[in-house]
Design a protein. Structure first.
Length: 297
């Protein structure tokens, strides 16, 4: 007799659509863990959020499968529920980059990830809130941040991570700077910036921005990285090199804080977990400490 209920939400288009061939194995794995399983295959944007908001309180666990965008939608749904009603969240990564999955140390093979998602190794994770909208691991603006949601799904499926790199290269000649005042707890800086992000992740876009041990997903603190506008191509190249080597660069500013505020005279377009996050003159970001319980690897 199964008395535990599990809601499985998956994106059939994520990655190369590999979940379709593994679906039977995944459901069997959940059933062996003594769960009664309900399955939803999403067909459109925001559907995962709607499903979780409508039905999440009826389940002991919600497990989602797809890319970071699918996880973002599920997180949105969980955060709209009262804290005491939020079920534990498991994640089977089948997207192109899977940044958040790496932070949770989840396996990339579907069968293994399904076993992990059904286990009880649970820890809380901080969730971000930007102007009333939540994000799982990053809010960002500026150079390359629109790449993930502007890159066609078929292109991602065919080329994987290289699709993002190629799409990003196409934007090199169109880098725009935003004059902004940035406040992080007690620190304030004003300058022209070509990129900025507030994150709770060990890697963004598949690249590490911080040295090992510098980022915790549940310490109540977010990390901010902001890049001043380079004065010439050599400075831009030095900035790009610093991301590879993790060596300091005077064009790159780093902050830690519970709260961030970004002010600009013009609207700045943001992405949330790689999805379109809207445009704002005033952006307030706060850390919701230990907001959701996730299954870790």
């Amino acid at each position: 007799m199964r008395d535990k209920k599990l809601l499985f939400v998956y994106n059939p288009c994520a990655g190369k659509g590999t979940m379709k061939n593994k679906l039977s194995d995944v459901i069997e794995t959940f059933m062996k863990a003594e769960y009664e399983v309900t399955v939803y295959a999403t067909q459109r944007e925001e559907e995962a959020t709607e499903i979780v908001v409508e039905s999440g309180k009826n389940y002991d666990r919600v497990i989602c499968s797809g890319g970071d965008g699918t996880l973002h939608e599920v997180t949105q749904g969980l955060m709209q529920m009262p804290p005491e009603e939020r079920p534990v969240c498991g994640y089977i990564p089948t997207g192109t980059v899977n940044d958040f999955a790496k932070g949770l140390k989840l396996p990339m093979r579907i069968k293994l990830a399904a076993r992990v998602a059904a286990r009880d190794k649970v820890r809380p994770v901080d969730i971000g809130l930007m102007n009333g909208r939540c994000f799982t691991y990053v809010a960002a603006f500026g150079a390359f941040t629109s790449v993930s949601y502007e890159t066609p799904q078929a292109f991602k499926n065919l080329l994987g991570k290289m699709a993002y790199i190629l799409q990003g290269m196409a934007q090199l000649g169109n880098i725009k700077a935003y004059h902004a005042v940035i406040r992080a707890d007690q620190e304030t800086v004003e300058d022209d910036f070509i990129f900025g992000m507030v994150s709770n992740a060990r890697s963004i876009g598949g690249f590490s921005f911080f040295k090992k041990g510098m980022v915790s997903l549940n310490d109540g603190i977010f990390e901010g990285v902001f890049i001043r506008k380079p004065k010439n191509p050599l400075e831009l190249q030095a900035v790009l090199n610093s991301f590879v080597t993790l060596k300091p660069n005077e064009q790159i500013l780093g902050f830690h804080g519970k709260n961030f505020c970004i002010l600009s005279e013009e609207e700045i377009p943001f992405t949330l977990d790689g999805e379109n996050g809207g445009s704002y003159q005033k952006t307030e970001i706060q850390c919701c400490h230990n907001a959701i319980d996730y299954v870790w690897g």
